[in-house]
Ligand binder design. Structure first.
Ligand code: SF4
Ligand code: SF4
Ligand code: SF4
Length: 326
C-alpha cells in the first residue's frame, strides 16, 4: 500500500466534521513494536503506517470507548470513529454490527487489503529484537527487514503469523474507503493446531488442556484484547453469583477459559489476538478455531462475514428437530 495515499486519505477523514478521531497504526518506540494511533486532525495522519508488523486488531477500540454522563445543557458527542481494518479486523467490525454492539453510522471503515502479517515472536527468534526501531516491508512474497541501515530479506514461511496462514478473508469484508488494490487469496494449509487436537483421544485432550490451563495467570489480557469480548457485565467479573472465583488454580482457570471459549463460539472471527497477548503462551487459537470449525460444519455459520446475518447464539429455527433433547 502506498503510504502517501494512506496518509492523504486519513488526513481527509480525520478533518471531517462528523469524525471524532481515526484509529490506525504508528511505529512503536523500539524493536518490532507498532502502536495504535488516535488521530484527531489532518496533521496527525503523517505518523500513520501500514506494514507487516500491524498485526493487532484495532476493532477492539470501538467498544472500549468510555461513555461518561453528559453534563446538563450539553449535547452528547455523536461523531463517528474512523478505523483502519485488515480483513480479519473487518470481520470483527461486521460481527459487532450483527450483534448491534455498534451501529453502522457510528463508524467510518477504512479497508486495508492485507498480504499477511508477521508473528513478531517468530521474527525475534530469527533476528533478535534490539532497542533500535526496525521497519518491515512486504517484498513480493516475502518480507524485507530494515534496521541500522541494513536490509535483510526474510522468507514469508519463516515468520508469517499463524492466523495469516489460515486466512480466508485477507480483503476487508466491509469498508467505506478501500486503500490500494485487493490482494489475491493464497492457498491455505491444513490447520495443524486443530488437527493435532482432533487426533487426540478424550483423556489425552483433557490432559493437554489441563497442562495449558494450569499455566494461566488470569491476567484477563485475552478477554480485554478481544474485539468480541465487550459485555459490560462480564460473567467472569461477577461476584453475585460468582461463576468463576478469583483464585488462580487449575479448576478456576479451566472455568475461566472454557466460559470464554463458549461465549465466543459462533462469534470469534479468528483474529488471533487472545493468543498473541497471552503471557503464558496458551494456544488459545486452537481452542477457538476448533469451536469455529464445529459451528461452521454443524450449523453452516461463519461469523463476521455478513452484516445482515442473525447472531448465531441468539437465533433459532422453529423447525429445528432438536434431536438432542431427550
Ligand atoms: S488473518 Fe488475514 S487479514 Fe488478518 S492479518 Fe492475517 S492475512 Fe491479514
Ligand atoms: S491471557 Fe493467557 S494467562 Fe492471561 S487470562 Fe488469558 S489465558 Fe490466562
Ligand atoms: S477470541 Fe481471540 S481470536 Fe477470537 S475474536 Fe477474540 S481475540 Fe480474536
Amino acid at each position: 500500500m502506498d503510504l502517501e495515499q494512506l496518509r492523504k486519505t486519513a488526513a481527509e477523514v480525520a478533518s471531517r466534521e462528523d469524525v471524532k478521531y481515526l484509529v490506525g497504526w504508528k511505529p512503536g518506540t523500539y524493536g518490532y513494536r507498532v502502536a495504535p494511533a488516535f488521530i484527531e486532525n489532518a496533521d496527525g495522519a503523517a505518523e500513520l503506517i501500514f506494514s507487516p508488523l500491524c498485526t493487532a486488531n484495532l476493532a477492539t477500540y470501538l467498544t472500549l470507548v468510555e461513555e461518561l454522563p453528559v453534563p446538563r445543557g450539553q449535547e452528547p458527542d455523536d461523531r463517528k470513529i474512523a478505523l483502519m481494518v485488515k480483513g480479519c479486523d473487518s470481520r470483527a467490525v461486521t460481527q459487532l454490527l450483527v450483534e448491534k454492539g455498534i451501529e453502522r453510522d457510528e463508524v467510518v471503515i477504512i479497508g486495508c487489503p492485507c498480504p499477511g502479517m508477521i508473528d513478531d515472536c517468530l521474527l525475534a527468534e530469527k533476528y533478535p529484537e534490539t532497542e533500535e526501531p526496525a521497519e518491515v516491508k512486504w517484498d513480493g512474497e516475502d518480507f524485507l527487514l530494515i534496521r541500522g541501515g541494513e536490509e535483510t530479506k526474510v522468507a514469508r514461511d519463516e515468520v508469517l503469523a499463524e492466523k495469516c496462514r489460515l486466512c480466508r478473508y485477507p480483503n476487508p469484508v466491509v469498508s467505506d474507503i478501500t486503500l490500494g488494490e485487493e490482494v489475491e487469496t493464497w492457498e491455505l494449509g491444513e490447520d495443524q493446531g486443530v488437527k493435532e487436537i482432533e487426533g487426540k483421544g478424550v483423556d489425552e485432550r483433557a490432559e493437554y488442556w489441563a497442562e495449558q490451563f494450569d499455566k494461566c495467570v488470569r491476567c484477563y489480557s485475552c478477554r480485554n484484547v478481544c474485539p468480541l469480548c465487550y459485555c459490560q457485565d462480564c460473567i467472569l467479573d461477577r461476584l453475585n453469583p460468582t461463576w468463576v472465583n478469583r483464585s488462580v488454580n487449575f479448576s478456576e482457570n479451566t472455568a475461566f477459559n472454557i466460559a470464554r471459549a463458549f461465549h465466543l463460539a459462533g462469534r470469534c472471527i479468528e483474529c488471533g489476538e487472545c493468543e498473541r497477548v497471552c503471557p503464558a503462551n496458551i494456544p488459545l487459537g486452537k481452542l477457538n478455531r476448533k469451536l469455529a470449525r464445529e459451528v461452521r460444519d454443524k450449523y453452516g455459520f461463519e461469523p463476521g462475514v455478513d452484516p445482515d446475518a442473525e447472531p448465531f447464539q441468539a437465533s433459532f429455527k422453529p423447525d429445528d428437530p432438536e434431536d438432542f433433547i431427550l
